[in-house]
Design a protein around this ligand. Structure first.
Ligand SMILES: C[S@@+](CC[C@H](N)C(=O)[O-])C[C@H]1O[C@@H](n2cnc3c(N)ncnc32)[C@H](O)[C@@H]1O
Length: 219
């Protein structure tokens, strides 16, 4: 989607993707990645996700990237985290003790910023892109994740012709075709979550699978 689409969503606070609680898949599967507790974790397209608070509480340094400034301001205000703001090249950096968010475009984020991460977490980032941009995002993610670093990817899959995204459907085949060249891919769980998603039920989407993958960047 174009930046203007997301800026408008944040301006109008049409942020149905934002979850009021920590994502259950994150809680269930993050500990199994055994990522060193003090290492930094990259959260692309982070929004104002509370998942960043969960990761910070595990004593990770959180390094987010988010296009919209209001989203970033809301994250720090709503979580009572005083932050400093500085500009580094094209990005404004909002920085609190445990969370640092680069506000700006993920496609221009220098890989030097993520060179020391020990993990990453993608929820509702890959599925935010339509097909052509999703392929570009996959390349950008591979560029930003150093070799041997693992993370979680959470996707949704449904018959795309029944609903206009975002979120866009991402199938296991898509993940295999476009991410397996860069990452070792392991499907951890796939569940039908249709009943929990009234928007999809109302549009008579017949099924809706939420999947969580462990990805490890190949050397
Ligand atoms: C579907 S939301 C997901 C947010 C978050 N991951 C969550 O789980 O709540 C996608 C987010 O990506 C941001 N975004 C869109 N394009 C971006 C870009 N080019 N660079 C960085 N962030 C972007 C949007 O502003 C939006 O907050």
């Amino acid at each position: 989607m174009e930046p203007s689409f997301w800026h408008q969503k944040w301006q109008l606070q049409q942020i149905g993707f934002h979850q009021q609680q920590v994502n259950p898949f994150l809680v269930k599967y993050w500990p199994g990645l055994a990522i060193t507790e003090t290492s930094n974790v990259f959260v692309p397209l982070c929004g104002k996700s509370l998942d960043m608070c969960y990761l910070a509480e595990l004593r990770h340094g959180v390094l987010g990237c988010e296009l919209n400034p209001l989203a970033v301001e809301q994250f720090f205000n709503e979580n009572d985290l005083p932050c400093l703001v500085e500009q580094i090249a094209e990005h404004n950096v909002f920085c609190a003790d445990e969370v640092r968010i680069y506000q700006g475009d993920i496609f221009t984020l220098p890989e030097s910023l993520t060179a020391d991460i020990g993990g990453f977490y993608d929820r509702a980032a890959l599925i935010a892109w339509p097909e052509a941009m999703r392929q570009q995002y996959a390349v950008a993610l591979a560029r930003l994740i150093p070799a041997n670093v693992s993370g979680l990817l959470i996707t949704l899959d449904y018959p795309q012709d029944t609903l206009k995204g975002p979120p866009f459907a991402v199938s296991p085949d898509w993940v295999e075709t476009h991410l397996a060249p860069y990452f070792t891919v392991e499907l951890l769980e796939c569940t039908d979550v249709l009943a929990d998603n009234p928007r999809f039920v109302n549009k008579q989407v017949p099924w809706l699978n939420e999947a969580v993958y462990k990805l490890t960047r190949k050397a």
